[in-house]
Design a protein around this ligand. Structure first.
Ligand code: HEM
Ligand SMILES: *[C@@H]1O[C@H](CO)[C@@H](O)[C@H](O)[C@H]1NC(C)=O
Length: 495
């Protein structure tokens, strides 16, 4: 009896504690966010009034940032400072890098999927993986392994799929879907030495790809809830989207564990994929899983997004596409089935310029946030209180007259060329791959992959948008994804 009463009292106290803790943290949260803020930006945000004038949130933010004298704005209701000022960007990504980590809020959102992977951690855990991974990614034999994967995926899968749709009256192909399948196959082969086969002619559905998609989508949607408390409670009780997320992650884990176990039983010393290479240094299989999953997330949707918007821009600027063909004919002759070699790609400065110009207007990662650790003042004078989310905004930065001049909205690869030679820009003015200490590790690889894929298709096919006039809408998520995809007609070029 006494024992039972005691249990009940304990339970009661437990619930009281949980409840008061929740109330306190919710109030702290609300106090910090100022949900009642009546400034014009916050009112427009809360009421979604901005959407009457702009198709995408990023377009509205760009508009506000262009108008701002400092290139910086505050959205009080979100506790968020957003900047398109290159000096601020350099400050947060390099000068005071230590004061602007990804932070716990970010890492808890993606934590269940990414664990302790490089993408999701700060401090020494990050430093260790960064060192190890950059050593591998700079290794020549890893680079050529990556190139071979892409070349074989183009020849054996991309070309056949395009050809099978070519010339058909109602043969509409969704370019975005094809590029997502392509980059998923490529990054899985590169990271695990495993071929999910998403881009076979029948366009099969891969269990792993579906689970991975769902897991990253649902994780990203956590960021959209008003308070983290909401998804955490749902997770605790295993409800709704959190239940689905748990199941998707479980499937990803089962597949990853099987693969790692399988590899442990093989001699992987001659294998070039990242997993096999990391395996020789790391014994903790859970950690290994986390490390490679981050690579899949980082290297998949980004490339697909970049390629999709590149072809969208090309279709509106046929002279750029012709110039790319012309340059490649000069470097590699006019046999269209030939794929460019690594060395030939390097000689194509116009192609390099076009790809950079495309991501200036449509960066795959449209914005990226850090959390300020100690009170600080940005170079433009903006005060940043401890705990504030500070976001740099590559999408808006590509549209700033102050950076790119009065023709900033035009698609002009020439702006990247000086006497026909590609010239680099200040990475803090073009943080498409981030910049500073945490600059994208896959940057060179991504550029090579984008160029070889785009060039191969441009030389072999004519590609036309199926609905040329539709306004571009993005779906919210970690990477820019075009809503409803990018349907095209393809035609094999006459040789
Ligand atoms: C066009 C394609 C790509 C773009 C635009 C891009 C962009 C970015 C950006 C903006 C970040 C910083 C994210 C953050 O810290 O919040 C990043 C980080 C990273 N990217 Fe990429 N990326 C691309 C392709 C790739 C590929 C193909 C790989 C894989 C080989 C890759 C591997 C990574 C890794 C490992 C990080 C984390 C680096 C760190 O935290 O130190 N990326 N990328
Ligand atoms: C690159 O990788 C190859 C093959 O695994 C290895 O033999 C070589 O030593 C590595 N090179 C460097 C510079 O680490």
């Amino acid at each position: 009896m006494i024992f039972e009463a005691f249990t009940w009292i304990c339970l009661f106290l437990f619930f009281i504690t949980i409840a008061s803790f929740s109330i306190v943290s919710l109030s702290v949260f609300l106090l910090r966010l100022k949900p009642w803020c009546s400034c014009e930006i916050c009112q427009s945000f809360v009421s979604s009034r901005w959407s009457l004038e702009f198709s995408n949130l990023c377009d509205w933010y760009s508009h506000l940032l262009q108008k701002s004298k400092t290139g910086t704005i505050r959205v009080h209701v979100l506790g968020n400072i957003i900047t398109a000022n290159p000096e601020n960007v350099e400050y947060m990504l390099k000068t005071r890098f230590d004061n602007y980590p990804k932070g716990k809020k970010f890492s808890s959102i993606l934590g269940d999927l990414l664990g302790r992977g490089i993408f999701n951690v700060d401090g020494h855990l990050w430093k260790f993986q960064r060192k190890m991974a950059s050593l591998e990614l700079n290794n020549l034999s890893v680079k050529s392994y990556a190139f071979e994967i892409v070349v074989s995926e183009i020849r054996s899968r991309l070309f056949p799929v395009f050809s099978s749709f070519a010339g058909k009256e109602n043969g509409v192909l969704d370019l975005q879907d094809v590029f997502r399948r392509f980059s998923f196959d490529s990054i899985c082969k590169f990271s695990f030495g495993l071929d999910p086969g998403c881009l076979k002619l029948s366009l099969p559905v891969s269990e792993f790809a579906v689970a991975f998609d769902l897991a990253s989508k649902l994780s990203a949607e956590r960021a959209l809830t008003v308070s983290p408390l909401i998804w955490k409670i749902k997770r605790f009780f295993n409800l709704g989207s959190e239940k689905k997320l748990r199941e998707a992650i479980k499937l990803v884990n089962v597949l990853a564990e099987e693969l790692i176990k399988h590899k442990r039983n093989m001699d992987v010393s001659s294998h070039e994929d990242l997993l096999s290479r990391f395996m020789t240094n790391i014994d903790d299989d859970k950690f290994l899983r986390d490390i490679v999953i981050s690579f899949v997330l980082a290297g998949r949707d980004t490339i697909a997004s970049a390629l999709t918007t590149f072809f969208l821009l090309l279709s509106n600027h046929p002279h750029v596409m012709l110039a790319i063909r012309e340059e490649s004919d000069q470097v590699m002759g006019s046999k269209t089935q030939d794929l460019a070699s690594f060395k030939q790609l390097k000689e194509m400065h116009y192609l390099q310029a076009a790809v950079h110009e495309s991501m200036r207007l449509f960066p795959p990662v449209q914005f990226d946030s850090k959390f300020c650790q100690e009170d600080d003042i940005l170079p433009d004078g903006t005060f940043v209180a401890k705990g504030t989310r500070v976001t740099y905004h590559p999408y808006a930065m590509g549209r700033m007259e102050t950076i790119w001049g009065p023709d900033c909205l035009e698609f002009k690869p020439e702006r990247w060329l000086q006497d026909g030679i590609f010239k680099r820009v200040n990475p803090f003015e073009y943080p498409v791959f981030q910049a500073g200490f945490r600059v994208c590790l896959g940057k060179e690889m991504a550029l090579v992959e984008m160029k070889i894929v785009a060039l191969s298709l441009i030389r072999q096919f004519d590609i036309q948008m199926a609905n040329p006039s539709h306004t571009l809408k993005f779906t919210p998520g970690l990477t820019a994804t075009v809503k409803n995809g990018l349907p095209v007609f393809v035609q094999e070029r006459n040789q």
